[in-house]
Design a binder for this molecule. Structure first.
Ligand code: THU
Length: 149
């Protein structure tokens, strides 16, 4: 793993500590790297009406969009794991984005004109799996189909 990847995964790990996940007790953190080196993070935000839960990647990319930076996304990292008693994610299983998040990442991918690297890490350990968004969501429908991007 390169240092930049390590830093992005570590940012996702720190973000996971802010997960609001009392129902699943599964904490997820996402870290989005922008082209100028800025890192924007998010954590899963569950809701007592369970189906309204927002995933970590969605929270992070929603923040990026609200900052007007959707075209500047360069990469995203995600980690997650079952919470320990202090709320920290645990375990060495790699987490990859759910289907809805893949579609949301695609919005940033097409708006930024980049087949975005998606780094899937674990709460603990050095393992990382590197994908590009098109590997996770081939032939995606996106802004391009509507004449944007
Ligand atoms: N979760 C994410 O935050 N990102 C994903 O890509 C997969 C799932 C969250 C949603 C829910 O709060 C918890 O993980 C268990 O599904």
């Amino acid at each position: 793993m390169t240092m930049d990847e390590t830093a992005l995964i570590d940012a996702a790990r720190r973000a996971a500590r802010h997960a609001h996940a009392p129902y699943s007790r599964f904490a997820v953190g996402a870290a989005v790297l922008l082209t100028d080196g800025t890192v924007v993070t998010g954590a899963n935000f569950e809701n007592a009406s369970y189906g309204l839960t927002l995933c970590a990647e969605t929270v992070a990319l929603g923040t990026v969009s609200a900052q007007g930076r959707l075209r500047d996304v360069a990469a995203i990292a995600v980690i997650g794991g079952a919470m320990d008693q202090d709320g920290a994610p645990t375990g060495s299983s790699l987490v990859s984005p759910c289907g809805r998040c893949r579609q949301i990442i695609n919005e940033a991918a097409q708006m930024s004109g980049t087949d975005l690297p998606v780094l899937c890490g674990a709460a603990e350990g050095d393992a990382v799996r590197r994908y590009t968004l098109s590997e996770l969501l081939p032939d995606a429908f996106g802004p391009r189909d509507l004449g944007f991007a």
